[in-house]
Ligand binder design. Sequence first.
Ligand SMILES: Nc1ncnc2c1ncn2[C@@H]1O[C@H](COP(=O)(O)OP(=O)(O)OP(=O)(O)O)[C@@H](O)[C@H]1O
Ligand SMILES: Nc1nc2c(ncn2[C@@H]2O[C@H](COP(=O)(O)O)[C@@H](O)[C@H]2O)c(=O)[nH]1
Length: 183
Amino acid sequence: MDKKIFIITGAAGTGKTTVCNYLCDHFKMARVITHTTRPPRKYEVNGRDYYFETAKSFAHHHFLESVQYDHHRYGSSYEGLDAAFRKSPRICIVLDTKGALTYLNQIHDLVTIIYLTASKHSLENRMIERGDDIDKIKNRLCSHENQRDQTLPNSLIGKATSIDNDNWARTRKVLNRLMQVKL
Ligand SMILES: Nc1ncnc2c1ncn2[C@@H]1O[C@H](COP(=O)(O)OP(=O)(O)OP(=O)(O)O)[C@@H](O)[C@H]1O
Ligand SMILES: Nc1nc2c(ncn2[C@@H]2O[C@H](COP(=O)(O)O)[C@@H](O)[C@H]2O)c(=O)[nH]1
């Protein structure tokens, strides 16, 4: 079976992780675990949600791409990609739009990019319900990178499938239809 990489991107709280988990559960995809120097949230587990790194340990990996996002480092390593491909030829990864663009430029034949949006007023509530710290939510929503990712970058127009994720039942239907074409 051909290798395929499904990239889920969009601003904070739009539902990237939720969509990635749905694709893993319903379409036998494996999730790529990426690396970050951000401290774990209360509900996050090392090796499941991220590989949580120090600045020093982050530097030891071999990255296809890495970015600075809201004052922390994030990166997708070749080791993480290989580990996912060992589980399935169809893999799913959650990236910011800058990372999505790097994948598109470097390995465009393999990638399908899904760009998520959600109405602004629901984003903060979703993060509160998820259990995030209120000050961290406010900082995140104001961060330069999150502001940037609230709009699909010009370079991804025509390359990414945009999905409005305000209604989960509708999102699921759109994903199911998209997978009929892409898988
Ligand atoms: N369509 C939806 N309707 C309502 N709630 C949703 C929907 N999609 C996701 N959620 C909820 O919103 C919260 C944020 O979703 P998720 O963690 O998937 O977002 P994210 O884009 O990965 O966020 P971040 O970039 O901040 O990590 C979660 O609690 C999730 O269950
Ligand atoms: N370019 C990359 N972006 C990544 C990677 N891992 C996660 N992310 C994106 O970072 C922001 C912030 O994530 P959060 O978990 O702190 O909310 C978000 O847009 C993720 O999609 C990566 O390896 N490379």
